[in-house]
Design a binder for this molecule. Structure first.
Ligand SMILES: *Cc1c(COP(=O)(O)O)cnc(C)c1O
Length: 425
């Protein structure tokens, strides 16, 4: 690593724990010094030393159009000039909520918050308040943000750092959280308030739902009166124009969003039917609030993104990613390893192995592959060749609308060499 990256990281280490504000950004699981990003444009980021990388991190999915899209930048400049936060209703909140409600069949109202974590935490409170039940069910390897009740058997950074959960989370906080294996429909009791699921699991690398899983969950929740919560923080408006409800034809009781709907600014949202959302304060007994909720800058960026992308964009991106996945699997074979790049719409995972493999269907299978040690050297070999993947084997590749077919083809070429390096490691 060259000098300015190292210098910034050393300064960061003094004032930020681990040098980062979110553990997934640290290079703990891959080793080495992280590049410090100075700027980004489209599919590329540039670090403080001036090195350019084709970026498959894309803020872990927050950036659908690529970095610094001119329309988003313009909307932000306009909004900033009008004032950035008021503590009073603004048109921007209505516009973003309308854009979301217009897309998703069954979604009638949303409450805007400032992160995905907040959306999930609040949706769980709403589900408990609405049903008068305590228990929630989540799936092994799914990540639903870092609120106490949901920080158990999480994927992403929790898995990357080899943590079972987190210190500081009391037994009481997770005592009503039941963990079940992904892709198996659990038999529920009548004391379950809600079942939370990532419709496509994208925090244990990529694990797609098997046929019947989501429909089975819907039926089982309905049978016992539990609420089905789709955590669409990644799938929401990345998997398909209207998200997972459209893609899988399964309608949950509550939706959680984040990442894409903020257009690169801090936003989350949760929503459902008007009747369900009426349980929230000021209408109902479930309290939820936020000083910066529905922030004018964030809603301006998010609304710009949602209004810009078309169903056609999702179809094109899906096609581009399918080709990329096939070619990358070919590159892995050519480089001397076995690989699987499972896709679901424009979402794509990457598993490397020394033995022939199938795409995993649950966390146990995904973990065995993510922990085989091959990703670390592949990651660094790609980074040296100007391709930035996430610094952890449990993350997926985020291909934005700014990634051209040429960008993806050159990634495939570089991958052959990087796999050869990994194979020798
Ligand atoms: C990123 C993510 C979250 C948490 O969102 P933050 O904005 O990081 O708090 C929740 N659920 C899923 C599926 C995510 O990928």
């Amino acid at each position: 690593m060259t000098s300015l990256n190292e210098a910034w990281f050393q300064r960061a280490l003094r004032v930020l724990p681990g040098g980062v504000d979110s553990p997934v950004r640290s290079f703990r699981s891959v080793g080495g010094t992280p590049y410090t990003v100075a700027r980004g444009s489209g599919a590329y980021v540039e670090d403080v030393d001036g090195a350019r990388y084709l970026d498959f991190v894309q803020s872990y999915g927050a950036s659908l159009l690529g970095h610094a899209h001119p329309d988003v930048v313009h909307a932000l400049r306009e909004a900033a000039g009008e004032g950035t936060t008021f503590g009073a209703p603004t048109p921007g909140e209505v516009l973003l909520a309308e854009a979301m409600v217009a897309r998703v069949a069954g979604l009638e109202q949303v409450r805007l918050v400032s992160s995905g974590t907040e959306a999930l935490m609040s949706a769980v409170r709403l589900a408990r308040g609405h049903t008068g039940r305590d228990k929630i069910v989540k799936f092994d390897g799914c990540y639903h943000g870092h609120s106490d009740a949901l920080l158990v058997a999480g994927g992403s950074g929790v898995a990357q750092l080899g943590l079972p959960g987190s210190a500081g989370v009391t037994k009481g906080a997770v005592g009503d959280t039941v963990v079940a294996p992904y892709n198996e429909v659990p038999t529920l009791d009548v004391d379950v308030a809600a079942v939370l699921v990532e419709p496509v699991a994208a925090n244990m690398n990529l694990v797609a739902p098997t046929s019947g899983f989501l429909k089975g969950l819907r039926a089982e929740c309905s049978r016992v009166g539990a609420l089905l919560i789709f955590d669409e923080v990644i799938t929401g408006f990345r998997l398909a124009f209207a998200g997972a409800q459209e893609y899988f034809d399964v309608t949950p009781d509550l939706w959680c969003f984040g990442k894409v709907i903020g257009g690169g600014l801090p936003v989350g949202a949760f929503g459902g039917t008007r009747a369900m959302m009426s349980s929230l304060a000021p209408l109902g007994p479930v309290y939820q609030a936020g000083t910066l909720s529905g922030n004018p800058l964030a809603t301006a960026a998010g609304t710009t993104v949602l209004n810009l992308v078309t169903p056609r964009d999702y179809a094109d991106l899906t096609e581009r990613v399918a080709t990329f996945a096939t070619n990358l699997e070919g590159a892995i074979t050519a480089g001397g390893l076995y690989g699987r790049c499972p896709t679901e719409g424009p979402l794509m995972g990457l598993f490397l192995s020394r033995e022939p493999l199938e795409a995993p269907t649950n966390f146990v299978e995904a973990k065995a592959l993510c922990e085989n040690g091959l990703y670390r050297s592949f990651f660094h070999a790609m980074l040296e060749r100007g391709v930035a993947l996430a610094p952890g084997a449990y993350e997926i590749l985020f291909v934005s609308l700014a990634h051209s077919a040429d960008d993806l083809a050159s990634t495939v070429e570089k991958a052959v060499e990087a796999v050869q390096v990994a194979a020798k490691s």
